[in-house]
Design a protein around this ligand. Structure first.
Ligand code: ZN
Length: 134
């Protein structure tokens, strides 16, 4: 398997965490790869990816609330596009995750999900997925 799979994410708010676990799992199933690693990569500078709890939706609410306190939307930034907070938050989260594939499934913990994290929405975004068999 050498191809890169890409799918779109439409975000509806300035800040959002969108669970993309099932989309990534579907790509793994379509690939036919049973064992290997999966890399999820976000080709943007104001959106990112992270892995965290996807059972209680209040985790997302608390997460975004605290991110906005740590990096406020306005704080005397100079970047003329006006979205410095989104650039900083995205680098804090990071732009890729690597997940083990075992028996055709993402080897995530019971409470873990893969989140696309939007910090400068609403926008239409891309997610790249690379699967390496092994
Ligand atoms: Zn910018």
């Amino acid at each position: 398997m050498s191809s890169v799979y890409t799918f779109g994410v439409r975000t509806g708010q300035a800040s959002a965490m969108i669970d993309i676990t099932s989309k990534v799992q579907d790509i793994i199933e379509d690939s036919g790869v049973k064992n290997g690693i999966c890399i999820v990569f976000i080709p943007h500078t104001t959106a990112a990816v992270t892995i965290n709890e996807n059972a209680d939706p209040d985790v997302v609410r608390d997460f975004l609330m605290e991110m906005n306190k740590i990096v406020p939307f306005s704080d005397g930034y100079r970047h003329m596009e006006g979205n410095s907070a989104a650039h900083i938050k995205s680098s804090m989260m990071g732009f890729s995750e690597t997940i083990i594939i075992e028996d055709g499934r993402l080897l995530l913990g019971t409470w873990q999900g893969i989140y696309f994290t939007e910090f400068d929405g609403p926008r239409i975004r891309k997610v790249h997925v690379k699967i390496i068999e092994g």
